[in-house]
Design a protein around this ligand. Structure first.
Ligand code: VGL
Length: 180
C-alpha cells in the first residue's frame, strides 16, 4: 500500500503575482518539496481552463491552459512529480475536484497505484483542496489533509476554517508535515 501525495493547483495564478493570488502560496512550497521524498507517488493537479470558460463569471480569469498563469510554481520540485492531472478543462467545468480530471481517471490511477493513504496539500483550502479531499474520502480512501501545506482564498473571512470543519466531519484526517 502506497503513500501518495496530491499537490493541488500550486500554479502561478494562485501564488503571489498571479491573477487569483493567495498570500501564502509561495510559503507552502518548501513544505511540499520536503514531503515529496517521503511519498511513493507524487501527483500534481493543474487547473486548466479554456479561454471564455463560464467559470470566469465567478472568478477573475486564471489558469488558462498553456499560459504562464497555469504553469506550476517554479519553486516546486517538478522533476519529482510522477503524474500531472488536468481539470476544469471544459467550457462549463469549474473543475474544483482533482477527481474531475479529464486527462486521466484519478480514481483509477490511485487504485492501480494501490493507494494506502492520500496526503492532500496545495491551494486552495476552501475550494480545490476541499473538493478533492471530500471526494477522496467519499471513495473510501484514507485521506490526510496536511494542515501546514495548504492555504485558503478566504473570499469571506472564515471560509478556510469552515472548509476544514467540513472535511473533518466527512472523515478526513489532519496531520502536520513534521509528523509524516
Ligand atoms: C480554485 C478558486 C477558483 C482552487 C480554483 O484551486 O482552489 N479556487 N478556482
Amino acid at each position: 500500500m502506497k503513500k501518495i501525495l496530491l499537490i493541488v493547483d500550486l500554479q502561478n495564478d494562485f501564488c503571489p503575482g498571479g491573477s487569483l493570488a493567495i498570500k501564502e502560496g509561495n510559503e507552502i512550497v518548501p513544505v511540499i518539496n520536503g514531503l515529496m521524498d517521503k511519498m511513493d507517488v507524487v501527483i500534481a493537479t493543474q487547473d486548466w481552463h479554456p479561454e471564455g470558460s463560464t467559470h470566469f463569471e465567478k472568478w477573475p480569469v486564471h489558469c488558462v491552459a498553456n499560459t504562464t498563469g497555469s504553469e506550476l510554481n517554479p519553486r516546486l520540485d517538478a522533476d519529482k512529480i510522477d503524474q500531472i492531472v488536468l481539470k476544469g478543462t471544459g467550457h462549463d467545468d469549474p473543475g474544483y475536484s482533482a477527481f474531475d480530471a479529464t486527462n486521466i481517471s484519478l480514481e483509477a490511477y490511485l487504485k492501480e497505484q494501490n493507494v494506502g493513504s492520500l496526503y492532500v496539500v496545495g491551494l486552495a483550502t476552501d475550494y480545490c483542496v476541499r473538493a478533492s479531499a471530500l471526494d477522496a474520502c467519499k471513495m473510501g480512501i484514507h485521506t490526510y489533509v496536511v494542515t501546514d501545506a495548504i492555504a485558503a482564498v478566504d473570499l469571506e473571512e472564515g471560509d478556510g476554517k469552515k472548509a476544514l470543519d467540513e472535511m473533518y466531519k466527512a472523515g478526513c484526517l489532519f496531520v502536520e508535515s513534521k509528523d509524516i
